[in-house]
Design a binder for this molecule. Structure first.
Ligand code: SF4
Length: 442
């Protein structure tokens, strides 16, 4: 029968850790970004006592019936996985996602697990092989779909290699593994050699060991580059191994770091590059003010990736959500000012005070109706210590900026603003750096 549904509604089982003594069973991991109260569950509290698959299949049948009648859960109705497809009536799982642990070997500053002490490095409480064995015994497991992992760090799962080997030996056509790349897995190396779509996403988020350490809390930059190199070298398909860079406001959201990320990836023959954005920027309303900057930064990264002859990988979720936001606000993004001029005299301002001023302007006007910020000072603006930080904040908050300079002193932040910001620069034609600034004018 053909109807609009998704492979996870039909035959998906997503097993996820919780902060209590139970696991949660769902269809897929795509709902994870939404509050739990809005998600669909197959079993809210699996405590390992029995495997009540018939109850779970009953729930799935009811949801499949709804799909046949054109009724979709609100999250599913917005999901890119929903499509017309040939289905069958059998009860089995072929789209398996394992996320039973919240252990990790790094502690990223943007990670909700790393920042919750109940989650971070909690013990693995359940035996995934016992679940797989039971499914196999009852003939409820098929290997013609996908094996996916989520975390914590999946490679730290007790039976990670055993589970991966089982699926690889049974020719599963697709594997998805988001990993820190700190612990290298020879089972995944073998999967890369044999499985046509063995998608490995490694978030390196930086182009230098220093920035990597700042984000991840661990010195493992070169180890991770090496994992990217080795998985890629063994990969049957060059599209499989992806280097991911999550833009984090105030941490790695600059073109210098992006350029280094691209050049370091070229050195190890990597072709798939995936810029993404910190997930809270698309969910937390107070961070919507950063989206214009992240959108501009993504466009910069895309241009640089393509100029380098690499591939701008499309498989990351939060960038997709940001693009949806940009599409919805296309006209407003082109003109997001009320055309009034706000004079920002930086003579006595600190960056912290500036941030408060910019925030109060947005609170008063909204992000779509902001005045233009004219940065001025009692003398040449670039002579002030806080100038670069203040200019960065104006870019980060998505303001259109007006700026006059004698261009006698080079400011990397002016160049940054010309590359990714929304700036009208008037530089003195006699200034030493006039020509250089002019090169970057759009
Ligand atoms: S449509 Fe999307 S959100 Fe709904 S079950 Fe499928 S993958 Fe999950």
């Amino acid at each position: 029968m053909i109807y609009k549904t998704c492979r996870f509604i039909e035959h998906g089982l997503f097993i996820q850790y919780s902060d209590s003594d139970y696991l949660k069973f769902k269809h897929c991991c795509n709902m994870d970004s939404y509050p739990e109260s809005q998600q669909l569950f197959l079993c809210r509290e699996f405590r390992g006592d029995n495997f009540n698959w018939s109850e779970i299949f009953n729930i799935k049948r009811k949801i499949r019936d709804d799909c046949r009648n054109g009724i979709y859960h609100p999250i599913c109705s917005k999901c890119w996985e929903l499509q017309e497809m040939e289905t069958d009536e059998d009860d089995y799982f072929s789209q398996l996602t394992f996320s039973p642990i919240s252990k990790c070997n790094s502690r990223c500053i943007y990670c909700y697990i790393g920042n919750h002490k109940e989650y971070y490095n909690a013990e693995e409480k359940f035996d995934m092989m016992a679940i797989i064995d039971d499914l196999q015994k009852k003939n409820y497991l098929r290997f013609n779909g996908s094996l996916r992992y989520m975390g914590g760090e999946p490679t730290l799962m007790k039976d990670f290699n055993k589970i991966t080997d089982l699926f690889v030996n049974n020719n599963v056509p697709e594997i998805y593994l988001p990993t820190s790349g700190i612990k290298y897995s020879y089972s995944i190396e073998k999967a890369c050699e044999l499985i046509p779509f063995c998608n490995i996403y490694i978030s390196i988020d930086s182009g230098t060991p220093k920035t990597y350490k700042k984000i991840k809390g661990i010195n493992a930059y070169h180890l991770v580059l090496d994992s990217l190199y080795k998985y890629n070298k063994h990969s049957k398909n060059s599209i499989n191994v992806v280097s991911k860079y999550i833009f984090i406001p105030k941490i790695n959201d600059n073109t210098r770091e992006i350029d280094l990320w691209i050049s370091e990836s070229q050195k190890i023959n990597l072709s798939q590059m995936a810029p993404d954005i910190e997930y809270s920027c698309v969910f937390d309303d107070s961070k919507e003010k950063y989206l214009k900057h992240l959108f501009n930064l993504t466009n910069y990264a895309r241009k640089k990736i393509e100029e380098a002859g690499l591939v701008f990988n499309l498989g990351v979720v939060y960038r997709k959500m940001m693009y949806e936001w940009a599409k919805k606000n296309k006209e407003r993004l082109k003109n997001d000012t009320n055309h009034e001029i706000f004079i920002l005299d930086i003579t006595k301002l600190t960056a912290e005070e500036t941030e408060n001023i910019l925030q109060s302007i947005i609170d008063k006007n909204t992000i779509w109706n902001k005045p233009i910020i004219k940065i001025t000072a009692e003398k040449e603006v670039t002579d002030f210590d806080e100038f670069n930080n203040i200019l960065y904040l104006c870019i980060l908050f998505g303001f259109k900026i007006k700026l006059e300079t004698d261009a006698m002193k080079k400011s990397e932040m002016i160049i940054e603003a010309l590359k990714i910001g929304d700036i009208e620069l008037i530089a003195d034609t006699n200034g030493l750096y006039f020509e250089e600034y002019n090169k970057y004018k759009k």
